[in-house]
Design a protein around this ligand. Structure first.
Ligand code: NIG
Ligand code: FE
Length: 404
C-alpha cells in the first residue's frame, strides 16, 4: 500500500546526485525530462523518468499542466526566535545602517531580549507558523540556528525548540549552535566567546553544526578561528557568517577550518573566491539579505562559479536582515541580482543546499525519500521569473501529500 504514481508531469527537474557539491560549470547542468512520471512506494522513489505502463499503484496523481522537482532545501535560517522588529524599518528609512542599530543595542540584541522572554511553547508556536509557510512554498529540509539566547539557558532553549519542530513536521532539519552571534550588552567579547566555547560540549547534544558571526564589531577572524578550532576538536562541523559587510577574510578562514559552508560572502576577497575550486566548502549566498538591507553590492556569484566554486542559496530568514520564509523569492533575486542561470539556481536550492547542511535531499533517484513538489508552472525557468508569489501546487513529504 501507500503506492502512488504521479503522471503527466510536463517537465521533471532532476539535479544530479553526487557525493560532493556541484561546482563551477557543473552547476549549469540539469537533467529535465518532459512527459515524465514518478512512482513512489513506501515513501521512496521507485522510478522516475519517461512515462511507461510498467507500474501500478493504489493512488494516482495527475500533474497535467505542472512541472515537478525534488523539494527545496533552505540551508540557512534563524527560524526559531521571539518577537519581531518592524520598528527598525523607520530607522532604515532614516538611513541608520544594520551595524549601527546593533551597536546601539538594537538589531540582534533586541531579538535576544524577546527570545529570552519567550517560553519554549511560544517559540514552538511561532516557528511552527514559519515552517508551515516554508512547506507550503515547497521546502522540506531546513537548517535552523540558535543565536538569540547568548547564554546557556536560552541557547539550549532555542535548540530544543528546533528539535521539537523537526519531530512535529515531516521536514528534515539540521540544527546549528550560533552562540557567538552577538556580544551581550556590557559583556567583554573575549570572555563571552570563552563562555560560548565552554558551552559547545553541551550544545553538541542538540546541534549538528557550530556557527559564528565574524564581522566588524562582532567577532574577529582570530576569535572566529579559536571558536572553530574548538568546535572541530569536538567533532562538530563548522559554519561561519563571513564577509557579509566588511572583507575580513572569513571565506579563507572557513576553507582553512574545513567548514561545511561559508555564508553571506558579499565582501569575500578575490583570493578567497579562487580557493573555492579546491574545497568542498559550499558558498551559501543570501541575496535576500543584501536586498533587504538595501545594499547595491551583491555577492559575486558569477566570479565564484567561474572560479570553480560550489554555490548554494538560502533565505537567511530572520527578524532583522531578511524577513521572508519564501525561498522562491530568493530564486528570483538570485536571477536578477546574482546573474545566476535557472539551472544554477535550481541546483543551488536542491542538491548543493543539501550538501551545505549534510542531508541526503535535493535529488529524485530510485531509493531517495519521495520529497517532491508539483509546481504550477510551464517550465523550470518560470519560477525565478514570476516573482513574489507561491508556485508550489502540491507538496509531497516522504511519499504523502501534505499540502495541496
Ligand atoms: O545572517 N548577520 C548576522 N545574523 C543574521 C541576522 C540576524 C538579525 O539581524 O537578527 C544574518 O543576517
Ligand atoms: Fe544568518
Amino acid at each position: 500500500m501507500n503506492d502512488t504514481i504521479i503522471r503527466n508531469i510536463g517537465a521533471l527537474i532532476l539535479p544530479k546526485k553526487s557525493d560532493r557539491p556541484l561546482k563551477g560549470k557543473e552547476m549549469d547542468e540539469l537533467e529535465i525530462i518532459e512527459g515524465a512520471m514518478i512512482v513512489i512506494k513506501d515513501g521512496q522513489v521507485v522510478y522516475r523518468g519517461a512515462a511507461t505502463d510498467e507500474y501500478e499503484a493504489s493512488e494516482e496523481l495527475d500533474a497535467s499542466g505542472m512541472i515537478a522537482s525534488p523539494a527545496l532545501v533552505d540551508p540557512h535560517t534563524h527560524v526559531v526566535h521571539g518577537g519581531s522588529r518592524e520598528h527598525e524599518m523607520s530607522l532604515k528609512r532614516q538611513g541608520v545602517d544594520y551595524l549601527t542599530i546593533l551597536e546601539q543595542g538594537g538589531g540582534i540584541l533586541n531579538t535576544v531580549e524577546q527570545t529570552r522572554k519567550a517560553t519554549h511553547q511560544q517559540l514552538v508556536d511561532k516557528a511552527s507558523k514559519s515552517i508551515t509557510r516554508m512547506i507550503q512554498h515547497g521546502v522540506l529540509a531546513v537548517e535552523s540556528k540558535s543565536g538569540y539566547g547568548l547564554d546557556r539557558e536560552n541557547e539550549l532553549k532555542q535548540l530544543k525548540v528546533s528539535r521539537e519542530i523537526s519531530e512535529k513536521f515531516p521536514v528534515t532539519m539540521r540544527h546549528t549552535f550560533l552562540g557567538p552571534h552577538a556580544i551581550p550588552k556590557g559583556a567583554d567579547g573575549d570572555a563571552f566567546l570563552d563562555d560560548m566555547i565552554n558551552l559547545l560540549e553541551e550544545a553538541k547534544d542538540y546541534a549538528d553544526f557550530a556557527d559564528i558571526f565574524c564581522e566588524t564589531g562582532v567577532f574577529t577572524i582570530e576569535q572566529s578561528r579559536k571558536y572553530m578550532e574548538a568546535a572541530n576538536a569536538l567533532g562538530m562541523r563548522v559554519k561561519i557568517h563571513a564577509d557579509e559587510i566588511d572583507p575580513l577574510g572569513g571565506l579563507e578562514l572557513a576553507i582553512e577550518q574545513n567548514a561545511i559552508s561559508a555564508d553571506h560572502l558579499v565582501a569575500a576577497s578575490e583570493a578567497g573566491k579562487k580557493m573555492l575550486a579546491d574545497t568542498d566548502t559550499v558558498a551559501v549566498l543570501l541575496p535576500g539579505t543584501t536586498f533587504y538591507l538595501g545594499k547595491d553590492q551583491f555577492a559575486d556569484a558569477r566570479g565564484m562559479i567561474e572560479n570553480g566554486g560550489a554555490i548554494s542559496l538560502a533565505t537567511d530568514y530572520n527578524p532583522g536582515s531578511c524577513v521572508t520564509d519564501n525561498l522562491q523569492m530568493i530564486m528570483a533575486i538570485a536571477s536578477l541580482k546574482l546573474k545566476m542561470t535557472p539551472n544554477e539556481i535550481w541546483n543551488a536550492v536542491t542538491v548543493n543546499a543539501a550538501h551545505a547542511i549534510d542531508v541526503d535531499k535535493g535529488t529524485l533517484e530510485a531509493g531517495d525519500q519521495a520529497d517532491i513538489v508539483l509546481w504550477d508552472a510551464p517550465n523550470h525557468e518560470y519560477i525565478p521569473y514570476h516573482y513574489g508569489v507561491n508556485h508550489a501546487h502540491t507538496v509531497i513529504a516522504r511519499g504523502q501529500v501534505i499540502y495541496r
